[in-house]
Design a protein around this ligand. Structure first.
Ligand code: NAD
Length: 495
């Protein structure tokens, strides 16, 4: 769909115009919170100063969303018409994909090629997919006695608040907007602090494509102020969130302490990649290491734990180390960069804290070299391979950086216990050529997604989400629409 090689990224870098105001009720408004400095993790450059939403700005956005919802200007459209506008929205994103991709790369550091060819492609596909689904949904007429007619219909929930992270900022956003909007809801979106500008542009593109004023409002702001105000708002019906487990749990409290709004949580992960004896070993280890380091390791599904038979440990470390070397960070605007920078210097300090603690404890590890010509003020961090036991913090906690924990196991039973032995349950990976083992082992893996002999495969038709500490509810697929609708029963007594 997109080709990053056609764009002179460095030449257009300085021409990017970052939106800086809040987008509420179809117009730019000034925020009354403390302004937010947008700093590029590429090189520490100041990109823009963004207005942020205070609690009263959030209230204004929610009121605008409520008015739009009650007016029926969107919720009352024929589904087919909504679908057509969603398709126009997708097309508008498609037409501005290069600008959005560059903005994301400058905001959070991923290679611009990935931002365009992976992220923007996913966003356009997602919006199109939900747009196409609009008039293909059906309600139910269950069988009842002859003197009655019962209708079971899906009604839009009303006002949806979406709070999203920075790692795949627009993909995560599209996964919320697609199903929420197609079902007829109005939305207030709170992007992450690091990726506010691209989210604001997305909101404007939706409006320009015909999504009416007030139906999609974008309120950049600090999590503890704007995010919290949304989560505590008395007139928000549904809160959908992707982010860390800690914040997810705080949102449940905010909901309980306000109006008991329903909350959907897509949280962190600690994906185990279990390589069984009979697997294509080199391919499995290589794919797992790539799956750990991809997007600088800032991925909820990052294959951050590699479980290998103990007698193959040295072989696994050698392959993973070679992958680590090949995925060292580089200038994100360079087309051949396998990785860019982490999201911020603060995040780099957090990631390197894990590595320093492990080093100090004498952990066996390999640290790749970043290229020498990277700007000192950039948030670059080279991949790390560590050999640890299952209780080590690198094997238990989400690092959200390119750090692979290699864990040897003695038996398949032990491998299963280690794989399930964290608080998380988002995704698991299994490598085996044996059909029986593929089925039986994957049934016992406690995670919302299991990939067998592959990593990160998916489709818009397939739901995505976790269990245990990784949250509940599913993004993508028609299942996601269930989160943003209420099942309504209408019983008609026939005389
Ligand atoms: P984060 O939880 O710190 O922030 C996510 C969002 O929550 C941001 O918009 C932030 O401003 C907001 N926020 C922070 N504190 C808040 C509060 N008190 N009240 C309301 N909102 C608040 O997460 P992050 O560091 O931006 O993202 C990384 C996390 O996201 C990782 O844990 C990762 O695994 C997770 N993630 C999960 C998935 C998934 O689908 N399961 C996908 C991507 C990322």
């Amino acid at each position: 769909m997109f080709d990053a090689t056609r764009v002179p990224w460095n030449d257009i870098r300085d021409r990017v115009e970052f939106p800086t105001r809040l987008f509420v009720n179809g117009t730019w408004i000034q925020g009354s919170g403390d302004a937010l400095a947008l700093i590029s993790p590429h090189d520490g450059a100041a990109l823009a100063t963004i207005d942020t939403a205070s609690a009263s700005d959030v209230d204004l956005a929610v009121r605008s969303a409520r008015e739009a919802f009650e007016s029926g200007i969107w919720s009352g459209l024929a589904p087919r018409e909504r679908g057509q506008i969603m398709m126009a929205f997708a097309q508008n994103v498609h037409d501005h994909a290069e600008e959005l991709a560059l903005m994301i790369s400058l905001e959070m550091g991923k290679p611009v090629r990935e931002a365009l060819q992976t992220e923007l492609r996913a966003v356009v596909n997602c919006l199109r997919w939900y747009g196409e689904s609009a008039d293909k949904l059906v309600d139910e007429v269950p069988v009842t006695a002859p003197d009655s007619l019962a209708l079971v219909t899906r009604e839009p929930a009303g006002v949806v608040a979406a709070i999203v992270p920075w790692n795949f900022p627009l993909t995560m956003t599209a996964w919320k907007l697609g199903p929420a909007l197609v079902a007829g809801n109005s939305v207030v979106l709170k992007p992450d602090e690091h990726t506010s500008a691209s989210a604001l542009l997305l909101g404007k593109l939706a409006y320009d494509a015909g999504i009416p004023a007030g139906v999609l409002n974008v309120v950049p702001g600090y999590g503890r102020i704007a995010g919290r105000a949304l989560a505590e708002h008395q007139d928000v019906d549904v809160l959908t969130f992707t982010g860390s487990t800690g914040v997810g749990r705080a949102l449940l409290q905010y909901s309980a302490q306000s109006n008991g709004k329903r909350v959907w949580l897509e949280l962190g992960g600690k994906t185990p990649s279990v390589v069984l004896e009979d697997a294509d070993f080199a391919h499995a280890v290589r794919s797992s290491a790539e799956g750990c380091f991809y997007n600088q390791g800032q991925m909820c599904t990052a294959a951050s734990r590699l479980l290998v038979p103990a007698h193959l440990l040295e072989e696994a470390v050698a392959i993973a180390t070679e992958v680590a070397r090949s995925m060292s960070p580089a200038d994100p605007l360079q087309l051949d960069a396998a990785n860019g920078s982490l999201v911020s210097v603060t995040h780099r300090e957090r990631v390197s804290g894990f590595v320093e603690r492990a080093k100090a404890a004498g952990t066996r590890m390999f640290v790749a070299e970043p290229s020498a010509d990277l700007p000192a003020d950039g948030a670059y961090f080279a991949p790390v391979v560590a050999v640890v036991d299952p209780a080590h913090e690198l094997a238990q906690n989400e690092v959200f950086g390119p750090v692979l924990a290699v864990i040897p196991y003695q038996s398949e039973a032990e491998a299963l216990e280690i794989a399930n032995g964290t608080d998380y349950g988002l995704a698991s990976v299994l490598w085996t050529q044996n059909l029986n083992k593929a089925h039986k082992f994957s049934r016992k893996l406690r995670s919302g997604v299991v990939w067998v002999n592959c990593f990160e495969e998916g489709d818009m038709t397939i739901p995505f989400g976790g269990v245990k500490g990784s949250g509940f509810g599913r993004d993508k697929s028609l299942h996601a629409i269930e989160k943003f609708t209420d099942v309504k029963t209408t019983w008609i007594q026939l005389s």
